[in-house]
Design a protein around this ligand. Structure first.
Ligand SMILES: Nc1ncnc2c1ncn2[C@@H]1O[C@H](COP(=O)(O)OP(=O)(O)OP(=O)(O)O)[C@@H](O)[C@H]1O
Ligand SMILES: O=P(O)(O)OC[C@H]1O[C@H](OP(=O)(O)OP(=O)(O)O)[C@H](O)[C@@H]1O
Length: 214
């Protein structure tokens, strides 16, 4: 007898929407609404265990089969690709990956463009696909500061409301891609636990569809 299905959730920005989606799908999410710092949570009445992780760790847990499924931002799947199945676009966590900089900048005139980013792979691939040489300066946060301080010419970062750019006098120069939360599945679980995995995928997909039509 195999145990419960394990679902890895991204803590932080995606958490509230994920919990709401699961709740609408009929799951009792009371334990997760009041986790008291617990990172492993049982869902009463459904053979499911939820673990809470940082986004990039969600993909790692699913890759290694520790979690059967996971909810993670598309940005993370593109920045650190893993051999997992991406089975659904959950719609929430919507934002865009963009090139941003100061209004006065003409990046096209630069031979070597200096880019500050928490997403070095996405940034490099985007510019190299256009034949632009780049120096990537990897950042851990407060990326908007880099062009203001002269560390870089532009940034590649997530833009959601645009408030952070605006507050720091930066503008979107180019949109790279749209981002949203994705449901991912371990490749082995997809085959060996097909019935339970598909049941959960179906539950969530139904709710995503209802949400889209609302
Ligand atoms: N304004 C935003 N900034 C960053 N991520 C956003 C934003 N809006 C939606 N997202 C999505 O939410 C996901 C989770 O972001 P969040 O910042 O909560 O966690 P994280 O990636 O672990 O970052 P951190 O290390 O800053 O805590 C991102 O991977 C992205 O897909
Ligand atoms: O368009 P907005 O709604 O303003 O959101 C975008 C901002 O949010 C994220 O930063 P985060 O809050 O994660 O801070 P950090 O990167 O400095 O850690 C992102 O890196 C942008 O700075």
């Amino acid at each position: 007898m195999q145990g419960k299905i394990r679902l890895a959730l991204t803590k932080g920005r995606l958490e509230k929407d994920t919990v709401q989606l699961l709740e609408k799908a009929g799951l009792n999410m009371e334990t997760i609404k009041n986790p008291q710092r617990k990172l492993i949570l049982d869902i009463p009445g459904y053979p499911l265990e939820i673990i809470l992780l940082k986004g990039s760790d969600v993909a790692t847990y699913v890759e290694h089969g520790i979690a059967d499924l996971g909810v993670v931002g598309k940005d993370i799947l593109l920045e650190k690709p893993k051999p997992v199945y991406e089975v659904a676009d959950l719609g929430f966590g919507a934002c865009r990956m963009a090139v941003a900089g100061e209004t006065s900048l003409c990046p096209d005139n630069k031979k070597l463009l200096r880019i500050a980013s928490k997403y070095p792979r996405i940034a490099r691939e985007h510019f190299e696909s256009k034949g632009q040489s780049v120096e990537i300066i990897e950042q851990q946060g407060s990326v908007e500061l880099a062009p203001l301080m002269g560390l870089s010419d532009v940034i590649v970062d997530i833009v959601e409301t645009g408030n952070t750019l605006k507050a720091n006098g930066l503008i979107v120069l180019e949109e790279i891609l749209k981002i949203s939360a994705r449901l991912i599945v371990n490749k082995v679980s997809y085959k060996t636990r097909r019935i339970e995995v598909n049941a959960l995928i179906d539950l969530l997909e139904k709710q995503v569809k209802i949400r889209r039509e609302e």
